[in-house]
Design a binder for this molecule. Structure first.
Ligand SMILES: Nc1ncnc2c1ncn2[C@@H]1O[C@H](COP(=O)(O)OP(=O)(O)O[C@H]2O[C@H](CO)[C@@H](O)[C@H](O)[C@H]2O)[C@@H](O)[C@H]1O
Length: 478
């Protein structure tokens, strides 16, 4: 079976968050099940820089939304890629979605409409000798692919759309509709129209043969007004086609036994070797060297991730005897509050502002626990990395966090099945209460390593979920 995966981020070529991890790892897991994936992504500068000199142009456009464009076929790091090389849309400094200051590009609608147009062309057979059996679009940036297929190509292959985060919907004014090249009747309630404008994600949800999101709990949550972000009505209408398939992780990239980002590598049998990583973290974050629990955070600094809740509780977390190493970037107001907290608690709280893949591995490999106080979390990957690295997750009970962590309540501890700490509601009180519970278990040198080891035994690979995707692909192809 042949899949065309369409995504705006793919690790290791371009990553701003968890989407890239998933689109970079899933093809490898599917390959073992007899499913081959070609992944289409935009030709950002970081992607074009990785292309071989003579990458083959498999399809060309004299004019794609205002400039010349080509679809280049390459293989990089085992991924079979189709890169949309369209310099007028993607060759610019800054990030994938905005300038260096984080402000969204004003022509994002055009960039991702063009990307989707080209993906729909590939799905329809634009590349000689290759046509996919299924089109799998990820998030709003790829969603319009399915609308182009729905309104353009009667023989279009069946499709899946995966929602990695319903908070990002690609909502634009109605005035852009005329430039999308869709027929007039597409601008309707069951088409691309969304609250009077054009909704890219909405259009994809409407057109897809099947909808998935990245955990079973989030699949239920988004059917409620509290989590549906305006799309719960549509998702309820399409509930029969909505599936929650848990993310896995790339257990090759994330393996404490071989991870070159660590100061010291280890296995479930040599947990004591984590102490060198712990020491390296303390040095890097300017923290005291002591025997109390070292907590970490690896996160986008946003409201979704509950980083304001965390920032407001630094004093009480420090008072509980914990130290905290925070790696994050995002909201500049939050960066300031956290840096001020670190200045107030020298030696107890350290903050590194920025995006640093290697440091994120070191934190998982040396901190005792990772805090994830998200207000909502479609799946979450950092708790899965935490499990694999013996970095005990402390999570809000929501979305995929609720699905992947076994709370250390009395019964779970007694049965030896606990893998972390869950708290609810998503409040400062509940977070601090969970930290106190952690401090209690940390002081028990039987229970604590048992919990680390139990987490390390959890299956966080793609194995089970890749099978679920194959089942879904087969069911819609039939
Ligand atoms: N400052 C920093 N430096 C280095 N690395 C950093 C970093 N900040 C974050 N990261 C890394 O970025 C990734 C973030 O993963 P999340 O699961 O939290 O995804 P995110 O919320 O971006 O995406 C959405 O999509 C994913 C994938 O489906 C869902 O799991 C998730 O719930 C949903 O919100 C992890 O690999 C993490 O280590």
């Amino acid at each position: 079976m042949k899949i065309l995966s369409v995504a705006s981020e793919v690790f290791p070529l371009i990553k701003t968050g968890g989407l890239a991890d998933v689109t970079g790892a899933l093809p490898g897991a599917l390959a073992g099940l007899g499913v081959s994936t070609r992944t289409m992504l935009p030709g950002y500068p970081s992607v074009v820089a990785r292309l071989p000199k003579r990458a083959r142009a498999l399809h060309s456009y004299p004019d794609l939304f205002g400039g010349k464009a080509k679809v280049l076929g390459v293989e990089i790091d085992g991924l079979d890629l189709l890169v949309l090389d369209a310099p007028h849309l993607f060759d610019r400094p800054g990030g994938a979605y905005g300038d260096a200051g984080g402000v969204d590009w004003p022509d994002n609608w055009k960039r991702f409409a063009a990307f989707s147009r080209a993906a729909a062309d590939v799905a329809g057979g634009a590349i000689a000798g290759w046509r996919p059996d299924i089109v799998h679009a990820h998030d709003w940036q790829a969603a319009l692919t399915l609308a182009y297929l729905r309104y353009g190509d009667a023989s279009a292959p069946p499709s899946v759309i995966t929602v990695h985060n319903l908070a990002f919907q690609g909502q634009f004014p109605a005035s852009i509709f005329a430039e999308l090249g869709l027929p007039a009747h597409a601008m309707g309630l069951d088409g691309v129209e969304y609250f009077g404008g054009v909704g890219f994600l909405k259009a994809g949800l409407q057109a897809a043969s099947a909808i998935t999101t990245v955990s079973p709990t989030y699949a239920s949550e988004i059917r409620t007004p509290a989590f549906g972000m305006g799309l719960d009505g549509l998702l309820n209408l399409r509930a029969g086609q909505l599936h929650g398939i848990l993310n896995g992780i790339d257990t090759g990239q994330w393996n404490p036994e071989t991870d070159t980002h660590l100061a010291s590598r280890y296995t479930v049998r040599t947990l004591k070797h984590r102490s060198a990583n712990r020491h390296a973290i303390e040095t890097r974050f300017g923290l005291d060297h002591d025997a109390g629990p070292l907590l970490c955070v690896v996160s986008r600094l946003t409201w979704q991730k509950g980083m304001d809740i965390l920032a407001a509780e630094l004093d009480r977390i420090v008072a509980a005897g914990a130290r905290l190493a925070i790696l994050g970037a995002g909201d500049q107001g939050l960066e300031g509050v956290l840096l001020a907290g670190a200045a107030r608690h020298r030696g107890r709280v350290g903050v590194v502002v920025g995006y640093d893949e290697g440091l994120s591995h070191l934190l998982q490999g040396g901190a005792d626990a990772i805090l994830i106080p998200s207000r909502f979390e479609p799946c979450g990957l950092t708790q899965l990395y935490g499990l694999r690295y013996g970095c005990v997750p402390v999570v809000a009970r929501t979305g995929g966090l609720a699905d992947t962590i076994v709370d250390a309540n009395h019964a779970a501890l007694a049965a030896g099945v606990a893998t972390g700490f869950q708290f609810a509601p998503e409040s400062g009180e509940a977070l601090v209460d969970a930290v106190w519970r952690l401090v209690g278990v940390f002081g028990d040198d039987g229970a604590w390593p048992a919990m680390q080891k139990q987490g390390m035994k959890a299956d966080v690979s793609w194995q089970a979920s890749a099978k679920d995707y194959v089942k879904l692909y087969r069911s819609i192809a039939a």
